[in-house]
Design a protein around this ligand. Sequence first.
Ligand SMILES: [Mn+2]
Length: 280
Amino acid sequence: MELKDFLEEERSLGKEEFIELVNRVIEILEKERKRDLVVIKPKGLLTVVGDLHGDLASLCFILEKSKFLERNDKIIFLGDYGDRGEYSPQIYFLILKLKENFPKRVFLLRGNHEFIEGLEIYPHDLPFQIIKRYGSSEVYEKVKEFWSYLYFSALVKKKYLFLHGGLPVNLSSVKELEKVSKESAEEILWNDPAEIKGFFPSSRGAGKIFGEDVSKRILKVLEVKTVIRSHEPSLKVNHSGLVLTLTSTKVYGNFASYLKINLEERAKDAFELEKEVIKF
Ligand SMILES: [Mn+2]
């Protein structure tokens, strides 16, 4: 299957077909997803995709350049699929098709734009874009159902932790990532790292800002070298190399990027990984 075939299929897709696609992917995730955390085996290459926010051109660029469809690699998405950019429905179609076609090689994480109850996001263009594309709010309800099957975080043991926002500041065991509390869910989706000590409430209105001491303590507990996250429109290193932030959308007028990690190599810190990020 080539990317252009997927895009062509999307153009003529009807409401019922889209809903059936979501149902098939939910069925896959229902069988596969035993916990809120997915453990990725340290085999082969992993492409890391940050926030997309409806930027279809950037997703297509990443799929083409990473040669995901031709190779036997893995790919992980760090959430925030829709809103802001105008191609949110198309992004959803593509990630659903990828999961359906390559279930063992595709990992879909939840972002704060795939919100949990009580933490609704604003601005939220997705429902309007879906109605424009499919003429029905039924499709949006189905997409929301799909969100509840997304993982909160992904772990490559002894190496990396992937999540959308940040570490829950009081995390004390990997078990708490396997079954996240409502409080931890909010923090995983909303937190941001900063060069501070400790933590304090975020000006975003949800989640917290956390410092290097928090990262240091939690990464030790998790036995992980580096956290890789998105949630901010930048490429940056925090906490002396413990946290890498990358973005894969140009909707803020900046560059987009992605990362390819060889999971069989030794774990790298965020400074090393930052040098390997492909910007475009
Ligand atoms: Mn976000």
